[in-house]
Design a protein around this ligand. Structure first.
Ligand SMILES: Cc1cc2nc3c(=O)[nH]c(=O)nc-3n(C[C@H](O)[C@H](O)[C@H](O)COP(=O)(O)O)c2cc1C
Length: 201
């Protein structure tokens, strides 16, 4: 299947992995390529919150979640330990990276340029290549270290887009509530979205 653009989407071990799953689904449905990276903790939270079985694999999981087989052709999946995978290099051409949800640990690694796994390395590389980086942190409340890491990343060019769902479109299901955040991510990536109406429409 033809892909028009490619994005790196990392799912880390913060609560709300469904945000990452629904973003990947939406990107694939828009004919985008997705290089997904799962952290080890992300896999654990996927199992806990969404019944993901690592033995089955992420693509079959997405298929069972409703992603069409044809769209899955545009998906590649990496673990955090595949440090030599394409997203580790600036020469891998993509159009932006999203870490969703983003744990405070990965946030700290990205803020420090501590590229010890494929996710923090890909963040570091994407920032140095001046491509879009969107981090979707999930923690509450936040301490000064979390907040300062976000300031540091913002100064480096990243967009901090907290997993703060909105209610003004009257979402009536959990997926609709989740999509209020996914829609904002798609907006920032410049990808068309019909997940929720725009204010005033
Ligand atoms: C069920 C569960 C929920 C978690 N939720 C959060 C969270 O919302 N935010 C966070 O920063 N860490 C959360 N953690 C802790 C992270 O998973 C942990 O700090 C881990 O080391 C993050 O690693 P990663 O960034 O490589 O995925 C959670 C852990 C579990 C098991």
């Amino acid at each position: 299947m033809t892909r028009s653009r490619t994005f790196v989407v990392a799912v880390t071990g913060a609560s709300g992995v469904v945000y990452g799953v629904r973003l990947i689904k939406a990107l694939l449905e828009q004919q985008m390529g997705v290089a997904a990276i799962l952290s080890n903790a992300g896999v654990k939270v996927l199992a806990h919150e969404m019944g993901y079985d690592p033995k089955t694999g992420f693509s079959p999981f997405l298929k069972s979640y409703g992603v069409q087989a044809g769209h899955l052709e545009n998906l590649s999946v990496f673990s955090q330990d595949q440090i030599a995978a394409p997203p580790a290099s600036g020469s891998f051409h993509h159009h932006g990276m999203v870490v969703v949800p983003c744990s405070m640990k990965t946030l700290a690694g990205a803020a420090a340029g501590y590229a010890d796994n494929l996710i923090t390395r890909a963040c570091d590389v994407t920032l140095k290549e001046r491509r879009p980086v969107i981090l979707v942190p999930r923690e509450t409340p936040m301490n000064l270290i979390h907040l300062e890491n976000m300031v540091r990343l913002t100064r480096a060019g990243a967009v901090i887009l907290p997993a703060s769902p909105s209610f003004y479109s009257f979402p009536d299901t959990l997926d609709a509530l989740v999509d209020t955040v996914v829609a904002r991510i798609l907006d920032h990536l410049g990808v068309a979205q019909t997940l929720m109406p725009r204010w005033g429409e």
